[in-house]
Design a protein around this ligand. Structure first.
Ligand code: IVH
Length: 663
């Protein structure tokens, strides 16, 4: 057990960690380390309750509210969960429940512990009234505008028995693919990356501009109803009821009714084994007493209820050696150190490399060639070096330093006083060229299939592609000179290049690789500008007035579009047949704006998709079922039951000709 002095130091350290986590959404230690420290802290406080420090993080459910959002009260306080990493403690949880309830015939509903951020959604008379973050548990930030950007969140509840007012609980999260793309874009833009999808989700939900939130493609999964006994009697029914109301819920195979410890552990193992395949991050499972009446009986211990516990998966770690530290050159010339590791098997895959981010990070952890290091991998695939085992270090080792010359072109690198990054400034550097072309061809840009690293390296080293527009000059003859390029490979690549000529404007803007311009900004520019030619004429101030574009980005955009080389490049791309398609403009102020439509029956002039697009383009919404919140039902020939429901509810019926006239 620690001394009181150590306890006080720990409280101070934990307050600092909370600040990193909640205020800056940028933790400096892993969740696992945090939980270990918290457990030590709580153990001390249990033994010395009289000595608990008033600042102890154990005394509050944290998360400082963000300025800029209106704060509102939750109908029922939002609690947190007790958590554990051990089977023994799960067993102890079960035993405690049995003891408190006075019997052992208790069922448990086991669910995924989504690694996101908690929200509560209130529906009044079936309509989404507001959505709040957890905040301090009693009051949260009103993030309704942001929540509405999540497509799966119904603005109105569908099924009949929706009560007058209901507060549902769930988790907002980012899919791993979106998380990785977001971080890659942020890295490209020189912004700090999010430590994990949870921080990215929490950070996104607190953005003040819902349009940027929309581009983050958040998801919601609901798992709770406040005051649930009013509607259902078990947690299993909670899931069914939420689904019946049209709310997004977990897949059925991710929910299990378990009767004892063995079944709970079997479910945990099944989920743990599947974790790598899931498109989102989870950090364990949540075990909840199924009978809702029992929840009331069990009560809570301050911040956490006694009816549930989170059983978390410890991140897997492995020890291996650093065989070397190489340096990668990014497309803007930034040099990134990479640890080349003796391959080890960790959480389902063989790890041979780990990014070391920058020279500061290498110095902070004092990672040297030849060192034995502990590497860690959570649910996400990006492994990291946690620490060095200094005891195993040989005498001959020396600290690592960033090279003074670019490993690709040999030109002298430049360290700026403003950022930690060190750059190769040579615009003709082959490594930068390869990265720029790979970025242009990537999925989020021109999406040219079959143009991976090996192919691009070969194209650059043969001198076939030195600038982006050269891609559109490639022909079968040139490609046949690449190693291993036979007829089929040549045809595939040429077809993908051809297909990319007709690309959405935002993807082309993204592909140009302008500093600070990621997918979000590219999208914004494509919507605001009429085409590339307008971008070439815009002044710095014209960029700056666009919402979501700051000074740095405006400056970078202006400099890029005024750069003679960039202008030449754009002209060549267009001359070689790249024909970007500008996004369709929304029609503003149309009488469809904000109105909800339901379609039924066969239309003659439009396909269903066309009709939906026409409505959406005018700011309307399309729902699949009729309720009293439906504004119009568009009726074709042989309409279904929706037509009758609409008549019963007195919803305005639109014939196809009336609809066309109104367009
Ligand atoms: S139930 C009182 N169920 O985990 C019960 N929470 O560490 C409160 N979470 O604040 C929540 N998946 O943000 C519940 N299936 C799940 C969950 C879940 C993730 C989050 C939630 C909560 C945190 C507690």
């Amino acid at each position: 057990m620690m001394t009181h002095k150590e306890y006080l130091a720990l409280v101070e350290a934990m307050v600092e960690h909370d600040r990193h986590y909640y205020d800056e959404t940028k933790p400096v230690i892993s969740d696992y380390e945090y939980d270990q420290k918290m457990q030590a802290l709580i153990a001390y406080e249990k033994a010395h309750p009289e000595k608990i420090h008033p600042n102890s993080p154990s005394l509050r459910v944290a998360e400082a509210p963000t300025e800029g959002f209106v704060q509102k009260a939750h109908l029922v306080p939002m609690m947190s969960l007790a958590n554990t990493y051990s089977k023994e403690e799960v067993d102890a949880f079960l035993k405690r429940v049995y003891k408190l309830l006075g019997h052992e015939s208790v069922d448990f509903c086991c669910e995924l512990k989504m690694d996101g951020t908690a929200v509560s959604l209130t529906y009044a008379e079936g309509k989404l009234f507001h959505a709040l973050t957890r905040g301090n548990g009693k009051m949260g930030d009103d993030v309704t505008a942001n929540i509405k950007t999540i497509r799966s969140v119904p603005l109105t509840l569908t099924a009949k028995n929706s009560p007058e007012a209901i507060e549902v609980r769930g988790e907002v999260y980012l899919s791993l693919s979106v998380f990785r793309a977001l971080n890659a874009a942020r890295e490209e833009e020189g912004l700090e990356t999010f430590a994990n999808p949870r921080n990215a989700a929490a950070g996104s939900l607190k953005l003040l501009d819902p349009r940027i939130v929309q581009s983050r493609k958040l998801h919601l999964v609901c798992y709770g109803i406040a005051e649930e006994e009013a509607v259902v009697t078990t947690q299993m029914e909670v899931h069914r009821q939420l689904k019946a109301w049209g709310l997004p819920t977990a897949d059925v195979e991710h929910i299990a009714l378990c009767h004892n410890l063995d079944e709970i552990m079997a479910f945990a193992e099944k989920i743990h084994a599947k974790r790598e395949e899931l498109p989102f991050e989870i950090d364990g499972i949540v075990i909840k007493v199924n009978d809702l009446k029992a929840h009331k009986l069990l009560g809570s211990t301050g911040k956490v209820p006694r009816f549930a516990i989170a059983y978390k998966f410890a991140p897997e770690q492995a020890e291996t050696r650093v065989l070397g530290i190489t340096v990668q050159v990014g497309r803007s010339g930034v040099l990134t150190p990479v640890a080349e590791l003796e391959p080890v098997f960790l959480s389902g895959s063989t790890i041979a490399r780990a990014t070391l981010h920058n020279a500061d990070e290498v110095a902070r952890k004092d990672i040297r060639v030849g060192d034995w290091v502990t590497i860690e991998k959570g649910g996400d695939v990006i492994p990291k070096v946690v620490c060095v085992d200094v005891k195993k270090r040989g005498h001959e080792s020396s600290p690592w330093h960033m090279p003074h010359h670019c490993p690709s072109c040999g030109s002298e690198v430049v360290a700026s006083s403003k950022e930690v990054a060190v750059r190769c400034m040579n615009p003709h550097c082959a490594a930068q060229r390869v990265r720029r072309i790979l970025h242009f061809a990537s999925k989020s840009a021109m999406d040219i299939e079959h143009m991976g690293e090996k192919v691009v390296e070969a194209l650059v080293s043969k001198g076939f592609v030195t600038r982006l527009s050269d891609i559109y000059l490639l022909d079968a003859e040139a490609l046949s000179l690449l190693d291993g390029f036979k007829e089929k490979a040549i045809r595939n690549l040429l077809e993908s290049i051809e297909a990319s000529r007709k690309c959405p404007l935002q993807r082309l803007i993204m592909g140009l690789g302008i500093s600070y311009v990621g997918a979000e900004t590219a999208d914004l520019l494509a919507h605001e500008a009429k085409g590339l030619s307008q971008l070439l004429q815009m002044k710095e101030a014209d960029f700056l007035v666009l919402e979501g574009i700051g000074e740095k980005t405006a400056h970078a955009l202006f400099s890029y579009f005024q750069d003679p080389l960039a202008r030449e490049e754009i002209a060549l791309l267009l001359a070689h047949g790249v024909n970007p398609i500008a996004p369709e403009k929304k029609i503003e102020g149309h009488s469809f704006e904000g109105k909800t439509f339901v379609l039924t029956g066969a239309l003659t002039q439009y396909t269903r998709e066309e009709a939906c697009l026409l409505i959406k383009k005018r700011g309307g919404f399309v729902n699949s079922s009729v309720s009293k919140n439906t504004d119009y039902v568009l009726v074709g020939s042989e309409p279904g039951s929706k037509y009758n429901t609409a008549k019963k509810l007195g919803v305005t019926i639109l014939t196809e000709s009336k609809f066309s006239a109104w367009l």
